[in-house]
Design a protein. Structure first.
Length: 243
């Protein structure tokens, strides 16, 4: 996986996303809503909810917004009913793309996503058309900008916790787990005083696609348009971005 760092791509796009705080808060609110609806409103007994709250707080989402999303999900506050679904398709140059949606208006969002693909040189496919090209894994990042965490130390801790793999990147360690072991690995690392810069169950591409400059820019434009849509929760792709 070295050379295809998910963390580098996250950092590369972080400044652009920071300018969209309102939309980011909306996405966090939807994630919290769905987690609470599925597993209850108590983060001490709902690990998924706890992780979504941690992510929201890392983006400085106000506690009132977090509490309101939980109350909507548990029925103590009226609010929209959200629906989850997934699109699969191809971006420019045949890049595989998966888009997770959470919306209260499926028809509106479907039209917007189709338009985004068409306008930027992509096309939507059937369910299953690209998902076989991704593996579902737990993904954890521990930052190490100051070099204070040794590779041997974090590798032993990760293996002891039940991780499958650890990748050393510049300024960070990326830890991969099975979905089943994800929560246990997160809790083990936290108990041993490691701060998790990112933690999620995600889709990891099995292979990556490199594009010519023009197609790469079109693909980045497609990602930007999708990220601007507040109903788009996650975008997975196998583009290998140039430096």
């Amino acid at each position: 996986m070295a050379g295809h760092s998910k963390w580098k791509n996250i950092q590369r796009r972080k400044n652009a996303q920071d300018a969209k705080k309102g939309k980011i808060f909306m996405r966090h609110a939807k994630d919290i809503y769905m987690a609470a609806k599925a597993g209850g409103g108590d983060p001490s007994t709902n690990a998924t909810l706890r992780l979504t709250i941690d992510k929201a707080k890392a983006d400085n989402m106000p506690n009132d917004n977090i509490d309101r999303a939980i109350k909507k999900a548990t029925g103590s506050l009226d609010g929209a009913n959200y629906e989850e679904f997934t699109y699969e398709g191809y971006g420019p140059g045949g890049v595989a793309v998966i888009v997770n949606i959470l919306t209260d208006n499926k028809n509106r969002t479907a039209a917007e996503v189709r338009h985004a693909f068409k306008k930027n040189g992509g096309n939507l496919g059937e369910n299953g058309s690209v998902s076989f090209m991704f593996d579902r894994k737990g993904y954890i990042v521990i930052e190490n900008e100051d070099g204070s965490i040794s590779e041997d130390e974090i590798t032993l801790e990760a293996i002891e916790a039940g991780a499958d793999d650890i990748v050393v990147e510049e300024g960070a360690y990326e830890i991969y787990t099975s979905p089943e072991n994800f929560t246990a690995v997160c809790e083990h690392l936290r108990k041993n005083d490691y701060e998790l810069a990112d933690a999620e169950i995600t889709l990891i591409p099995q292979t990556y696609s490199k594009l010519a400059a023009d197609d790469e820019q079109k693909m980045l434009n497609l990602i930007d348009v999708l990220e601007d849509n507040e109903d788009v929760q996650d975008i997975y792709h196998n583009l290998e971005e140039s430096e």
